[in-house]
Design a protein around this ligand. Structure first.
Ligand SMILES: [Ca+2]
Ligand SMILES: [Ca+2]
Length: 579
């Protein structure tokens, strides 16, 4: 009896100990804050809080900024989706990884990288996401749950597009990205789908209880092109009232070095002006921003009305800026401030382990920071161990005190190793791999109109900034042939159309899958085939070519088999097996 009583007693004590231990563990987990991680694609400083365009309507971005800290001097790690997002999500800088541009594949270059959501999931979080967070793929291994389902590797829910395209901007030629176009859609938000569905799904997660703390990522795709959104978002921006970008200056290129002059003017802007679509384009961008902001509002409402409002860290960022004519440029891929600078807002609730007092509502910070810092910042905030591979410094010291001593500068890497933009608190320095340099004083010249690099009195500043930049750059690792986008094969037993080459050259990889060799011809402008030799069975060859080129394939007896028409980027031309 005694024995059994003792056993019961021991069992009871063990049970009590187990209960109290699990109580300790769950209390610790309860205190660990959630993370709501929101990206907006291709959004420059055209927001109310950053003031980049006087007509921008962004009440939700502004209310988020008013509830936390707005970084007014935040920059991307690279001015393009893929390298910017890869750097942010892996914590590894482009000049370390060698991933500098959109054509490269993250998992070819960083096969073992632990991405931000997976890192959180490995440390007890539930990691879920929706919409565009990586460059047109989901990376299923990094998430517990995704909408659309992660197995699809397609981050986009159904989205309404006009049936007939282009709508507003005629195709300028084969060099043109097909999505550069804009128009109001006669549709409701629900009919439009896209970001409306993303914000709906994210909202549902925010209104629910969860077993674990969450890392929830919301990837809003607008204002990425095409700028088709429901017409109500166009209505506040009548065409006759559209103002040109405040950073536009007609003769801005005059003081640029050769490499800057080469990177500024592009065909998009010339084409848009030629078709008198500049104001329409600005209108489309403003409408798309207003739409994206409204979708953000749905997410913020869900957070505020749900059970997680007081224990969720909120971060909002855009992957890079955007030109709408500044420096005669349309799009991205430049090192100027209009393209490298991004909205970045961080809201930390009180009680967060890395910042117990939380952020002070309505504060801003003008120190130079980089999106590369988000990984170490978030792990420090929630109290996870730092990931050793991370390159960026945590910005928690700035969240604590935006005026604190901050010895860092912010680097934005262009696609060519050795070309970059460097942002300090006052100065911006651009260096191209050719050795060309630009220097701007953003205190007096926020639009970077006056290049000071050649002025002798700035020599000391220039010297100081040069010394803050990295001296070594990982080589750019090209994508494997098999991961290039595929060109459409047009079978023919007669002829191929003529080439209309127009645009810059790049590589096309021809892969002959047939059991016999084939002949390769380039069709000239008059439609005459010009021989480029043959391709052995099973072989691959590279050819430098241009958008609009037509490559004609015959058998060795010159019987036509088919042809490829080159688009606006490097691709794989797969010559199919004989049927
Ligand atoms: Ca982007
Ligand atoms: Ca200038």
């Amino acid at each position: 009896m005694n024995t059994s009583y003792r056993n019961v007693n021991v069992a009871c004590k063990a049970l009590l100990l187990a209960i109290s231990l699990s109580g300790v563990a769950s209390a610790a987990e309860d205190r660990r804050p959630n993370v709501l991680f929101i990206s907006v694609d291709d959004l420059n400083d055209w927001t109310g809080c950053l003031g980049g365009h006087p007509q921008a309507i962004t009440p939700n971005i502004d209310r988020l900024a008013a509830s936390g800290m707005l970084f007014t001097n935040a920059h991307c790690a690279a001015p393009a989706c893929n390298p910017s997002r890869t750097a942010l999500m892996t914590g590894v800088s482009p000049h370390v990884s060698g991933l500098y541009e959109n054509g490269q594949k993250m998992r070819e270059i960083l096969p073992k990288a632990v991405l931000l959501p997976r890192y959180f999931a490995n440390h007890g979080y539930w990691a879920a996401g929706s919409g565009k967070l990586l460059h047109y793929f989901i990376d299923a291994q990094s998430w517990d749950k995704y909408y659309p389902p992660k197995e699809t590797e397609d981050p986009f829910p159904r989205t309404l597009y006009p049936k007939q395209r282009p709508v507003s901007l005629p195709r300028g030629g084969p060099w043109q990205y097909i999505e550069t176009d804009w128009a109001p859609l006669d549709a409701t938000d629900e009919e439009f789908g896209g970001d409306w569905l993303v914000s709906k799904w994210i909202g549902e997660q925010l209104r629910k209880e969860h077993d674990k703390p969450f890392f929830l990522a919301c990837g809003i795709y607008r204002p990425h092109e095409p700028w088709f959104v429901p017409k109500k978002y166009f209505e506040p921006f009548p065409l006759e009232e559209i103002q040109l970008p405040p950073g536009y200056k007609e003769d801005d290129l005059d003081d640029l070095p050769p490499e800057g002059r080469k990177r500024g003017p592009n065909r998009y802007f010339a084409h848009i002006r030629e078709h008198k679509q500049w104001k329409q384009g600005i209108q489309g961008y403003l409408a798309s921003i207003y739409f994206a902001d409204t979708m953000l509002g749905r997410v913020l409402d869900a957070l505020e009305e749900g059970p997680h409002r007081d224990n969720t860290v909120v971060v909002l960022w855009s992957d890079h800026g955007w030109h709408l004519g500044e420096k005669q440029h349309w799009q991205k891929f430049t090192a100027w401030r209009v393209c490298t600078r991004v909205p970045l807002i961080v809201c930390v609730p009180p009680g967060t382990p890395g910042l117990p007092r939380g952020t002070k509502a309505g504060t801003s910070c003008s120190k130079p920071v980089n999106l590369l810092s988000l990984f170490p910042t978030l792990t420090e905030l929630v109290g996870l161990p730092a990931k050793p591979e991370n390159d960026g410094p945590s910005i928690v010291p700035l969240l604590r005190d935006p005026e604190t001593n901050w010895p860092h500068v912010s680097l934005t890497y262009l696609s060519q190793p050795g070309s970059y933009g460097l942002s300090a608190e006052r100065w911006r320095y651009i260096r191209y791999a050719t050795g060309d340099e630009e220097l701007y004083d953003c205190q007096t010249d926020p639009h970077e109109w006056t290049n000071l690099a050649g002025q002798p009195e700035q020599a000391a500043v220039l010297e100081e900034l040069r010394a803050l930049a990295p001296q070594t750059f990982a080589p750019r690792i090209p994508p494997k042939d098999s991961s290039l986008p595929r060109l459409k094969w047009h079978p023919t037993d007669t002829v191929a159309p003529s080439s209309q080459p127009d645009g810059k050259t790049f590589d096309i990889v021809f892969h002959n899958k047939r059991e016999d060799p084939v002949n390769l011809y380039w069709m000239d402008r008059q439609g005459k085939p010009r021989s480029y030799g043959s391709i052995a069975a099973g072989w691959r060859i590279h050819r430098d070519t241009r958008p609009g080129a037509v490559w004609f394939i015959t058998d060795l007896q010159n019987r036509p088999l088919g042809y490829f028409m080159v688009g606006d980027r490097a691709a794989l031309a797969l010559i199919p097996e004989d049927e």
